[in-house]
Design a protein around this ligand. Sequence first.
Ligand SMILES: Nc1nc2c(ncn2[C@@H]2O[C@H](COP(=O)(O)OP(=O)(O)OP(=O)(O)O)[C@@H](O)[C@H]2O)c(=O)[nH]1
Ligand SMILES: [Mg+2]
Length: 330
Amino acid sequence: MAAPPPSSDVERLAREIRAGERNVLSRAITLIESKRSDHRHTAAALTQALLDATGKAVRVGITGAPGVGKSTMIDALGTLLTGQGRKVAVLAVDPSSRRTGGSILADKTRMARLANDANAFIRPSPASGTLGGVAAKTRETMLLCEAAGYNVILVETVGVGQSEIAVADMTDFFLVLALPGAGDELQALKKGVVELADMIVVNKADGDNLPRARIAAAEYGAAPHILSPRSPNWSPPVITCSALKSEGVEALWSHVLDHRQRLTASGELAARRGEQQVKWMWTMLEERLFAPLRSDRTLKAALPRIEAEVAAGRLAPATAAEEIAAMLAR
Ligand SMILES: Nc1nc2c(ncn2[C@@H]2O[C@H](COP(=O)(O)OP(=O)(O)OP(=O)(O)O)[C@@H](O)[C@H]2O)c(=O)[nH]1
Ligand SMILES: [Mg+2]
């Protein structure tokens, strides 16, 4: 099936994005985030038109508990990379309503250097919605940024809930930041996130924290997941850093590049990307099929009643599912 030919509007947008025009990029991302169906059609045509210019960036996901120093690390790492002549885009996946206007501003002040860097582009998380929806928009945004010439994409997500999986599924390298405290934190990290990690970075390894950070790094290094890494060609390193003092950031990046080289050589990187693309397709299809559940007034009004009937045992779940499917099909 061939994609529909792009309209002249889409062609112009695509051309300007390829030329790296930031304002156009911002406007195009707003189209992607829009709920209007005409905007969504344009956005889809645009990503299709730009597809050949995507996929060349190093995509890095960054997670960790609130306050661990993700934004500070992104500022330090991003500044290092723009200093090497790279173009860095910073995106976020935060489906909670945590990130209101105020904290976007707070984020920009924690990324003060990057926020004023002509070779960096910072875009906060799309407004709250379903995780699937927010993640889908961030993925599309990532593609636009790549087409605009950004060759490093850093995606921040907060270390609570399912959003880590979504971010691990859209990146090549997944970085978990941890605190020097260890102990409890190690327990928490063991519950899943760490299995996604391509590297663990114990941050805030400065001042009085330094000895504790070293101990924590040794403890993480001995954690069971390290013995069963995601790839046969990569064992996740555990390092210490100080994002605040920009210490250890170069070593961090050299691990990212080393990982890239090994997984490219083994063919795993291409395979991972391919699997991710197919998974995105299904996620987007699901989002699209279920969209009426959130937007259709009649459906929205009917669902609480149906749920209540099912909960009370008056309506069989199978019958309820049939009823909802029939309404979706209308
Ligand atoms: N001492 C020390 N403080 C740090 C370091 N990195 C970050 N901080 C401080 O920790 C606090 C939180 O930093 P952020 O970068 O905003 O943390 P975050 O993980 O992005 O936080 P959320 O986005 O709210 O989840 C700030 O006060 C930083 O200055 C570090 O390496 N050393
Ligand atoms: Mg942050």
